[in-house]
Structure formats: C-alpha cells, structure tokens
Ligand binder design. Structure first.
Ligand code: PLP
Length: 364
C-alpha cells in the first residue's frame, strides 16, 4: 500500500502554509550578504532580545541542558501571572503561540466543525483547520478592514471557535471589547490573539480571559520579547480551561532555553517596553513619511508593522524590487492584497534606509 493511501482522510490534501523564506537562503539566491539584509518581512523585533535574556541563556543553561524542564511550567506561569496580573492557574505556556492555536484545535475542534475567521488574517488558523478536518467560515473584513459584526455574530452561533488577532495581522486594526463580549454571548469559544498587543494602545483582555469561560487570549514573546527563534508564547484563560490544556499539551513543550530567556525578559520588561515604544514612534513616523511620498498608503496600525496600499506598482513587483536592494518585505497572497505590501518596523537607521530606497524607487 502507498504511504499516501495510509494517511487519515483529513490529511489527504495537506494544506500549504506560506512560511517566511529563510533569510540566508534568499540572500544567497540573490547574491547578497545575509548580514546586510534589512529584514522586515516577519514582524520580528529588530532590536533583538533583552540583554538579560541573552546572558540568562549563556550563563544559566550550562548545568541544566541535560535535564528536562518543568512539565508544570511553575516558574514561568508564576512570573507571567505577576507580569499581567492574573493567577498563574490561568496561564499555559506553549512552544510559540502557534502551538497553543494547535492545542485549541486538538482539544475543541472535531472534523467537520466550523471555525470562524475574518480575512485577511493570520494564516495559521486556516492551516490548522485543514490539518484537523475543520471547515473555515470567513466573514471578510469590510472596506476599511472593519469587522462585519452583524454577520460575525450570526456565524458565531454555529461555529466552535472564533479566531481574531487583535491587532490583526496583516491589517493592523483591533477588535472592540463590545464585539468580543457579543461573540462570547453567541456561544462559541473566542480566541483573541494578542501577539502585537504591546504595540497597541488598546487594553489587553488577559484579565477578562482569566475569569471568563470560553475566552482565550494568546500572547507571545516573539514580537515584544524578540525571542521568535526560541519559540515561546502563552495563553490566558479560565483556570478550568487552563487545567485541561495543561493535561493535553506535550509534557515538555517548552525548551529550557526558551524558559530561562522568557523569565529573564519579564525581569527586564522595562527595557523591552522602551524598545516597543521606539517601534511605535517609528511606525507613526514612517506612516507619515510614506503618506507624503504619495504612492504608498499605509493603513492605520496598532501593531509593529504597516500594511501599505500601493499606487502604480503591485505588491509583488515592489517586494521583488526591494529584494534586489537587500530589503526583505512581506507580500501576502490574498486577492484583496495584490496591491499591498506589509513592512515590519525596524530600527530608526534601518527605517531611514528603507525610506531612502523607496524615495529612489518613486523617482524612477
Ligand atoms: C497574529 C499572530 N499570532 C501568532 C503568531 C505566531 O506567534 P509565535 O511566534 O508565538 O508562534 C504570529 C506571528 O507572526 C501572528 O502574527
């Protein structure tokens, strides 16, 4: 029997996931030095991790790497709980928030169930839906990327889980507390993915989640903490849900390097907050500069990136043109984003270089 024939029915057509292109491989392909690339395609933190995190990894791991970590994640759940002012019982850590999205599917979404999204949005929810044999119900965002509350609330009554990033990736806008509350009242599980909340002025829903059955808030150290490569995120939810998640997760899902780096980051949160504030300032500065160029129209963003609508050039064309200059940006293959490009906010120096190149391209 062929290996394909032995696959579970839901796996017969494996879904594509548009992962980031590897910076080294892409730079080599373009004949560029990887060290000179301005990498603004992955919404990573251009400032990197906290210095405390780096020294924690190098100093405190020497005597412990041969041991498994704590399956109960006690120290990290404690520290996250103190950081966001919720009980540690309401926190579950994951190998990136991606793992927690998958855990929600494994626990709650059966083949044939509906999950609800508003596109364009983060691709992981649809990817996991395909892996788990679930149907994706899409209530697209409106012309200004506004949520279509009426249709969302109707569909939420028939959906098992609603997944909304707030701020949304790639559009940068946030959901209102009112709509979250209404979605909860419609009866489904509501996952609010706050991967970019540290760059937003909107209030986080973590405290509400810790006290509200069916509301799950996801957070990550990938963006604010600059630890994308270490893979560490967490979910905040009602302690009863957290207990179920703790039982169902892989016992040693958190690598100990990620754990010590996350703990050190929380101890150094002021410096990470300062970096986040610089990114927010830079985002707003760049948005103004782009607007004045006339052909790059950034949408208002609460996150660490700008989604820009382009005049006179397609998203793919500009992405490829910028690549030849050593600037890697993100084109999102979505019918409504063909004339768009997403740019992560980098350091002020890198942003100046991006601006300089864009001005040059504009004058060609
Ligand atoms: C909305 C959203 N959620 C989650 C993630 C993934 O986070 P993590 O690195 O913690 O898996 C991303 C990454 O780009 C994202 O944009």
């Amino acid at each position: 029997m062929e290996i394909q024939d032995l696959l579970k029915p839901s796996m017969r057509t494996l879904p594509p996931y548009a992962a980031l292109e590897d910076v080294n491989a892409l730079a080599r392909e373009l004949g560029l030095d990887p060290d000179t690339i301005i990498k603004i395609d992955g919404n990573e933190n251009a400032f990197g991790p906290s210095e405390h995190a780096i020294s924690a990894i190098t100093n405190s791991l020497l005597n412990t790497v041969h041991r498994y970590g704590d399956a109960e994640q006690r120290a990290l759940r404690e520290s996250i709980g103190a950081h966001i002012n919720v009980s540690p019982d309401a926190v579950v850590c994951g190998n990136g928030s991606d793992e927690l999205i998958d855990l929600v599917f494994r626990l709650f979404v059966a083949p044939g169930d509906d999950i609800l999204i508003s596109s364009p949005t983060f691709g992981m929810y649809s990817f996991d839906a395909s892996l788990h044999g679930a149907q994706v119900v899409d209530v697209p965002l409106g012309p200004q990327w506004n949520f279509d509350s009426e249709r969302l609330l109707i569909e939420a009554t028939r959906s098992k889980v609603v997944f909304i990033p707030s701020p949304n990736n790639p559009t940068g806008n946030s959901i209102s507390l009112k709509l979250v509350t209404e979605l909860l009242a419609a009866g489904s599980i509501v996952v609010i993915d706050e991967a970019y909340i540290e760059f937003s002025t909107h209030e986080s829903l973590v405290q509400l989640a810790s006290a509200t059955p069916r509301l799950i808030v996801l957070r990550t150290f990938s963006k604010w903490g600059g630890l994308a490569g270490l893979r560490i995120g967490y979910g905040v939810m009602h302690p009863e849900t957290a207990q179920i998640c703790m039982q169902a997760k892989q016992p040693y899902n958190i690598g100990i390097a990620a754990e010590v780096a996350a703990l050190a980051s929380l101890e150094d949160s002021d410096s990470l907050d300062e970096k986040a504030a610089i990114i927010v300032n830079e985002r707003d500065r760049l948005a103004e500069e782009f607007q004045s160029l006339g052909w790059i129209n950034p949408w208002q963003s609460d996150a660490s990136f700008l989604l820009c609508r382009l005049d006179g050039i397609s998203g793919l064309e500009l992405r490829d043109r910028l690549r030849t200059e050593g600037i890697f940006t993100r084109y999102i293959a979505h019918p409504r984003l063909e004339d768009h490009l997403r740019l992560s906010i980098a350091t002020p120096e890198e942003n100046n270089e991006v601006l300089r190149v864009l001005k040059e391209i504009g004058s060609e």
